[in-house]
Write a protein that binds this ligand. Structure first.
Ligand code: CP
Length: 298
């Protein structure tokens, strides 16, 4: 069994192999190789896409899925997430898909559980969402064959975005030409790299790019006083049809979800011809099948 915690723990070849396996699953439906296995979904923070796609992925592979709801489980009585996981492991569960709001908690649980079972990080704190990175890279690859020629712009609340931290690491690993981080100064993440450029002006950051990714303001991770005014944010950083015309004509528009329409993106862009947002959601299933297989077959 092998944990899947951090995109940086993969080699470039391993990331490409996961993307290839996911693409193969789209063409050839999987065999139920995880029959008689149980997968536990432990989500300590809300989720729609990640939780549901891991459940669908596990069931397509033949596994049975247990969803632990923090509101109706003994977590309500003060049990720690680790004790919950230890008890489920004692019942025979081998694979845990865990989301937690605090940085490092998923890695700590994985370390405590050891290697007779596997933990998948389904999004932890502000730093890591590795399965999102796999599905995002797969989506880009389906539209843009050569990563080395790509300029990718990410717009919005990146300092609080685990998607940004994982996706930038994956884009760097795949050798994209340029990554533009576009945000007001307080929302800029501290990410270094030769391919990274920061912008506080959206129009400059969108010029001639191949991929545009919008992000929501992650209010749940901001202090009340730091929250930007949503109307001001839209006026300065909202992705509109007019602004999208600054990108290349064949640029794709991505968003990991959930979207806040009218704040970081307009309806016309979210639902427009260049949007691949629902394709990202669809790719969540084969990408997560590939990740589940990797955890079991190590
Ligand atoms: N992209 C993403 O993690 O969405 P959910 O929070 O709905 O899982």
């Amino acid at each position: 069994m092998q944990h899947f915690i951090d995109i940086n723990s993969l080699t470039r070849a391993e990331l490409l192999s996961l993307m290839q396996q996911a693409q193969d699953f789209i063409v050839h439906p999987p065999k139920p190789v995880l029959q008689n296995q149980f997968v536990a979904n432990l989500f300590f923070e809300p989720s729609t896409r990640t939780r549901c796609s891991f459940e669908i992925a596990a069931k397509k592979l033949g596994a049975q899925v247990i969803n632990i709801d923090k509101h109706s489980s003994s977590l309500q009585k003060g049990e720690t997430p680790l004790d919950t996981a230890l008890n489920l492991r004692a019942m025979g569960i081998k694979l845990f898909v865990i989301r937690h709001h605090d940085n490092g908690v998923v890695a700590q649980i994985a370390s405590a559980l050891g290697h007779d079972c596997a933990v998948i990080n389904a999004g932890c704190g502000t730093q890591q969402h590795p399965s999102q990175a796999v599905l995002d890279m797969l989506t880009i690859q389906q539209h843009k064959k050569d990563f080395s020629s790509l300029t990718v712009s990410i717009i919005g609340d990146m300092i609080n975005s685990r998607v940004t931290h994982s996706d930038v690491a994956a884009l760097q690993m795949l050798g994209v030409k340029e990554i533009r981080l576009i945000a007001p100064q307080p929302l800029q993440p501290n990410i270094q790299g030769t391919s990274i450029k920061t912008f506080t002006d959206l129009n400059s950051g969108l010029q001639n790019v191949d991929v545009v990714m919008a992000l929501r303001l992650q209010k749940e991770r901001m202090h009340k006083n730091d929250l930007p005014n949503q109307n001001d944010f839209f006026a300065t950083f909202g992705l509109t049809t007019q602004r999208l015309q600054l990108a290349k004509p064949d640029a794709i528009v991505m968003h990991p979800g959930p979207m806040n329409r009218g704040v970081e993106i307009t309806d016309a862009v979210a639902d427009g011809q260049q949007s691949v947002i629902l394709q990202q959601a669809a790719n969540g299933v084969p990408a997560r099948m590939a990740i589940l297989m990797r955890c079991f077959s190590a």
